[in-house]
Design a protein around this ligand. Structure first.
Ligand code: GDD
Ligand code: MN
Length: 380
């Protein structure tokens, strides 16, 4: 259908590009990108005018009604559609759902805020057509600069890049990139093994493909990272901790789930809360030790629950009445966890190992127990 491109006028070409069965699907995960969607579509239309392409917006029920904008664009252009997800959040899982919804043989993922330079897409597609499995738009090669980045963000990003090289065993200049193109059949094969949590789908993709033995051929195309067009970045301490969780999980060969690391770190902070409350109460000296100890335990459990609720389980945060029933179930599970802790610790202690080892084993036991049980009961 596209053979006689040379003889057609521009408007006609872009109409063909809109209506033919797509060769390239551009997946755009969005959360509050209302002001950017139409502009992005226009830019893509210009760049991809001689390619049969479609745009798939995957919106997580944005309060700013991004989905409405995408749908009304879809009334005017047949090659844009929108998947609106309700009751779910997450960049990686949004990308996965968008990619799995297309029949196009090649799929690109691009941010909705115009930070990625869409003009390299035709080159990326060309690379894939001639054999690359994954093509990454990269911000850090010598030729590319990254003006859209603060110094702190740059440093974090460098660190994350190093940590990723440890996992993939190869140097990628920008493994955190949210801008990449992949052969759909490769992605479909890997999708069941990808983590649905967090921000880092490309890293996950490369690690998973490498581990499963299909050493993917990766190409990198440099571009200039731009300033965000409108709205706010969703990068946050939560995103950083999710990255650490994913990294640790991959390091252990997927044995430890990504959120376990976070859950355990929260647990560790709970120990500090416990000791602080205990110290405060005993030094005031108006209560008996046992009352102080019980109060400290309750404080630590409440702290752990509240922090896990906003950090570890940000995507399924309990609110209103469910917050309180969740807290009660958390208390109950942790009490059982404490029994598990004490029995394992004393068992190991009886085997004549030192108290430190026994204590650690008990703590590990209870955190595994608390993690697995609250995951199915409290944050189901
Ligand atoms: N559907 C959905 N759900 N989309 C989301 C979510 C979510 O929970 N969170 C963010 N997005 C969308 C945003 O609307 C935007 O289109 C894109 O994902 C990237 O989010 P930003 O908030 O703009 O991220 P950033 O610019 O700070 O981060 C960039 O750099 C990271 C690496 O440093 C992005 O390119 C990331 O993909 C990249 O990992
Ligand atoms: Mn951005």
């Amino acid at each position: 259908m596209l053979q006689d491109v040379a003889t057609m006028d521009a408007a006609k070409i872009s109409r063909v590009a809109e209506q033919a069965a797509p060769e390239l699907a551009v997946v755009v995960p969005t959360f509050n990108e209302r002001a950017n969607i139409e502009k992005l579509y226009e830019k893509l239309s210009i760049t991809l005018r001689s390619i049969a392409w479609e745009m798939i917006v995957v919106d997580d029920n944005s309060p700013d009604k991004t989905a409405d904008v995408a749908w009304s664009l879809g009334r005017r252009h047949p090659n844009i559609r929108c998947i609106k997800r309700v009751g779910r959040r997450g960049l990686s899982s949004a990308c996965t759902e968008g990619i799995l919804s297309t029949s196009a043989p090649y799929v690109a993922v691009i941010d909705g805020d115009l930070q990625h330079d869409e003009r390299i897409l035709p080159t990326m597609l060309q690379k894939a057509r001639s054999g690359a499995d994954i093509v990454v738009g990269t911000r850090y090669s010598e030729r590319a600069t990254s003006e859209g980045f603060s110094a702190a963000r740059q440093l974090g990003s460098t660190l994350a890049t190093r940590m990723s090289a440890l996992l993939t065993g190869r140097f990628l200049s920008d493994p955190m990139s949210g801008f990449f193109l992949v052969r759909r059949d490769l992605f479909v094969g890997l999708a069941p093994s990808l983590s649905s949590e967090g921000f880092k789908i490309l890293l996950d993709l490369v690690v998973t493909a490498t581990r499963q033995g299909s050493k993917p051929e990766i190409a990198e195309i440099p571009y200039e990272f731009r300033e965000r067009n409108a709205g706010d970045s969703k990068m946050s301490p939560l995103v950083v901790s999710q990255f650490l969780g994913l990294w640790f999980s991959k390091l252990t060969g997927d044995i430890v789930p990504p959120s376990f690391l976070l859950f355990s770190l929260v647990g560790l902070s709970g120990v500090a809360v416990h000791l602080a409350v205990l110290w405060a109460l005993t030094s005031i000296g108006t209560t008996t030790f046992i009352v102080a100890q019980v109060t400290a335990t309750m404080a630590a459990m409440t702290w752990n629950f509240a922090v896990n609720n906003v950090l570890t389980y940000a995507d399924r945060k309990l609110k209103g009445i469910r917050f309180w029933t969740g807290l009660l179930s958390f208390y109950a599970v942790c009490s059982l966890g404490a029994i598990a802790n004490i029995s394992v610790a004393s068992l190991i202690y009886e085997m004549r190992s030192g108290p430190i080892l026994a204590g650690l084993a008990g703590a590990l036991m209870s955190s595994v127990f608390n993690y697995s049980v609250t995951r199915v009961i409290t944050w189901r």
